[in-house]
Design a protein around this ligand. Structure first.
Ligand SMILES: Nc1ncnc2c1ncn2[C@@H]1O[C@H](COP(=O)(O)OP(=O)(O)OP(=O)(O)O)[C@@H](O)[C@H]1O
Ligand SMILES: [Mg+2]
Length: 248
């Protein structure tokens, strides 16, 4: 059974401008999926729908076989525990006035998980390769790559089933990007990653499956190896031709 799925989802921020057209896909537990497409193709919009920040105009998002229902508090509590997100900008996504301890504890508090949280925070820090002493420091004391590790620690602290990562490595320099992709790969042994990226090289390094989005429509999807070897759609070929290769 799928972990999360979109069934014929259409959506627009306004009635006059549809952004997603009849989008359907499944994410299976244990299979990382890359969502790829040019700027404005609707990648972040899909994540907003998956996070319950926007509602589909038509169609449905499902968690297992349950339709995502923003009005059902019990369901949303389970859902928010299962699905966590990491965003692009490691500078703006962490509150500069909070210590790392409070930042990482945020999902535990939001989910009402009883404390003390210190053990869980220390485990999350260690999982992302940060020293235990980071717990009492502030975000400005860390590099961009380390901040992204803090954001990832926050996303994994409640042991979600799915991590939604929106361009989570795009703002990082190449060597840091490779290390964070490696980290996500290690973490994906115990959780599934849905990675949004315009960078096919990053997706190829992490994801077993790819969904290619063009102007709000899925034009191609399947096993990463197949799509890279035999892209069927002209848009996919164009994307493939335009990316630099990432060193293995
Ligand atoms: N809050 C919003 N209000 C109105 N239109 C929006 C809003 N957010 C995005 N859009 C529009 O929806 C379309 C898809 O945007 P989206 O942010 O999902 O693209 P994206 O694939 O994530 O692009 P990028 O790679 O640049 O992040 C674009 O035309 C964008 O202008
Ligand atoms: Mg985006």
């Amino acid at each position: 059974m799928s972990l999360i799925s979109a069934d014929a989802v259409s959506f627009g921020y306004s009635r006059r401008q549809p952004v997603l057209h009849d989008v359907s896909f499944e994410v299976q537990a244990g299979t990382n999926v890359g969502l790829v497409g040019e700027s404005g193709s609707g990648k972040s919009t899909i994540l907003k729908l998956l996070l319950g920040l926007e509602r589909p105009g038509s169609g449905a998002i499902r968690f297992g076989d349950e339709v995502l229902d923003l009005g059902d508090r019990g369901f949303m509590r389970r859902y928010r525990r299962a699905v966590q997100a990491v965003f692009q900008d490691p500078y703006s996504s962490l509150d500069p006035r909070q210590k790392v301890e409070a930042i990482i504890a945020e999902p535990l508090r939001a989910l009402g998980i009883p404390g003390p949280h210190r053990r869980a925070i220390e485990t999350a820090l260690s999982d992302v390769g940060l020293p235990a002493e980071a717990i009492s420091r502030y975000p400005h004391e860390f590099s961009g790559g380390q901040r992204q590790r803090i954001a990832i620690a926050r996303a994994i602290v409640a042991r979600p089933q799915l991590i939604l990562a929106d361009e989570a490595v795009s703002a990082l320099d190449l060597s840091t990007r490779i290390r964070i992709v490696d980290l996500l790969k290690t973490l994906s042994k115990s959780m599934t990653v849905l990675l949004v990226s315009h960078d096919l090289a990053v997706v190829a390094a992490l994801c077993e499956e790819i969904i290619i989005l063009e102007r709000g429509r899925i034009v191609e999807s399947g096993r990463t190896a197949d799509i890279l070897a035999r892209p069927q759609h002209p848009y996919t070929r164009k994307l493939l031709a335009s990316v630099p290769r990432m060193p293995a």
